[in-house]
Design a binder for this molecule. Structure first.
Ligand code: 5GP
Ligand code: ZN
Length: 135
């Protein structure tokens, strides 16, 4: 556990939360400032600041839990769609620096817009980016 990390305290039960799933490695809690009804966060009990620090086995487990929770929550809440969102770094919108995966149920007319403005890229630019990543 990391000192002064609120999600370490929540994940390990030191601070109470609305827990909707728990196992040895993870806790899933309702977000205090929900984007929509049922917005939840999958968080490891050990402290990892972000996806880069998270070990691969826990990354796999986080996605498995997300799938199971999405199925359960979709039935329970009768949402029509579902977003998974995971922010890394302030520039990407991360505000709490303990890895978490957002589970966001979506409803017709919920007023949320968890999307981006599509940009433009020429075939040459795409080729350059591809080569940059592959090298
Ligand atoms: P981020 O912006 O880092 O991806 O997401 C942080 C999320 O944590 C936000 O959606 C915010 O509402 C939620 N959050 C911040 N502090 C608390 C807290 O103390 N309890 C709960 N349940 N959620 C929190
Ligand atoms: Zn932490």
């Amino acid at each position: 556990m990391k000192d002064n990390c609120i999600f370490c305290k929540i994940a390990n039960g030191e601070i109470p939360s609305k827990t909707i799933f728990e196992n040895d490695n993870f806790r899933v809690i309702l977000d205090l400032g929900p984007a929509t009804k049922g917005h939840a966060l999958v968080m490891p009990k050990e402290h990892y600041a972000n996806l880069y620090e998270l070990p691969e086995d826990l990354a796999m487990e986080a996605m498995k839990i997300a799938k199971q929770m999405a199925e359960k929550m979709t039935k329970a809440l009768s949402c029509q769609g579902f977003n998974l969102v995971q922010n890394n770094g302030e520039v990407a919108g991360q505000t709490v620096h303990h890895f978490h995966l957002h589970l966001i149920p979506r409803y017709e007319g919920d007023g949320q817009n968890i999307l981006w403005e599509p940009g433009k890229a020429s075939p040459e630019e795409l080729e350059e980016v591809k080569n940059c990543i592959l090298q």
